[in-house]
Write a protein that binds this ligand. Structure first.
Ligand code: UDP
Length: 321
């Protein structure tokens, strides 16, 4: 039996592939490589370049590899882009996921771990945010994650799929032998590192008038290695007949954009050149997780909660030796 990893060539998916292989799991990866420079997969991992909405391709993979579970990472992830091109996000993240789930159920795959996001909450009423907080996404990206979670709730009611939706807060840092890379890069830590290295223009701080201590937006950064561990635990939960559930994955600590810039400067031993800019459309002011449920149900305790450790791993993976 194999685990189908959609988006397994990407940043979080790739780290999870490595982790599952260490645990002696059989995996098969599907990725269209649209936002990843190359597949970056360990030798011997079966890889198919295809869209998740390609029913024929996915059905063939499910059949040929005796797939019995799916970890679904594939999707577009840029909040700002989703505001500019909502149709693209609804098509890629929702329509194609609907096709994927239909093919999975036809093929008898009944366990799914889904990469959801803190973006489902929008502007939260309480910090840290518990999982039962209402969904009020402020971007099409967040909306796509909320819609797919609802679809999975209905699949659970039909008895066809049991699932775990993992709401990542800000995935960050680098797993061994990997670095965070998106095409185009839109994420704060890699952009700050590249700005410090002089590989890019100065970083633009998106918004300085938020209702936060220093006026810049606050996020909960979680190490990608800890995310990988959470996925393995989620899979284990489903294999042990655990119920469909959703979990926040974060450290419960918020850091502002300016604090992240300071951390990168500290770790890199160089200044991060930056300019102050307007807010980015769709960005909520503060997102900080309560991850108590993941701890209680999955036994998930992040091993790398410190921002400087997260930033250090990112720096080590990107800076010249
Ligand atoms: N951000 C920024 N400048 C950038 C990229 C990001 O100020 O060039 C801010 C962004 O507005 C948000 C935080 O950094 O408040 C984290 O953004 P990122 O895109 O890394 O992750 P997101 O929170 O959108 O998932």
């Amino acid at each position: 039996m194999s685990i189908l990893i959609t988006g397994g060539a990407g940043y979080v998916g790739g780290a999870v592939v490595d982790h599952l292989i260490e645990q002696d799991e059989n995996v098969v990866v599907v990725d269209n490589l649209s936002r990843t420079p190359d597949s970056g997969l360990p030798d011997g991992v079966p890889f198919y370049q295809a869209d998740i909405g390609d029913r024929e391709a996915i059905a063939g993979i499910v059949r040929d590899h005796s797939v019995d579970a799916c970890l679904h990472f594939a999707g577009l992830i840029a909040v700002g882009e989703s505001v500019e091109q909502p149709g693209l996000y609804f098509e890629q993240n929702v329509s194609q996921t609907i096709a994927l789930f239909d093919v999975l159920t036809t093929g008898g795959v009944d366990n799914v771990v889904f990469s959801s996001s803190a973006a489902v909450y929008g502007e939260p009423d309480q910090i840290p945010i518990p999982e039962d907080h209402p969904h009020r996404p402020t971007s099409p990206y967040g909306s796509t994650k909320s819609i797919v979670e609802q679809i999975l709730t209905q699949y659970d009611l039909t008895g066809m799929i049991r699932s775990v939706s993992l709401r990542y807060f800000n995935a960050a840092g680098a797993a061994p032998g990997r670095s965070e890379r998106h095409v185009p890069e839109t994420h704060l830590i890699p952009l700050a590192i590249d700005a410090a290295l002089g590989l890019r223009d100065p970083l633009t701080v998106f918004g300085t008038d938020y209702d936060t201590p220093d006026g810049t937006a606050v996020r909960d950064y979680v190490h990608v290695v800890d995310l990988a561990d959470a996925h393995f635990r989620a899979l284990d939960h489903l294999r042990s007949d655990g119920a469909t559930d959703v979990f926040n994955l974060g450290n419960g600590e918020g850091y502002s954009v300016m604090q992240v810039i300071e951390s990168v400067s500290r770790v890199a031993g160089r200044e991060v050149p930056f300019i102050l800019g307007d807010r980015r459309a769709g960005d909520p002011p503060v997102l900080v997780a309560s991850a108590d449920r993941a701890q209680q149900t999955l036994g998930w305790v992040p091993e790398h909660p410190e921002l400087d450790d997260i930033v250090s791993s990112a720096w080590d993976s990107r800076s010249p030796a």
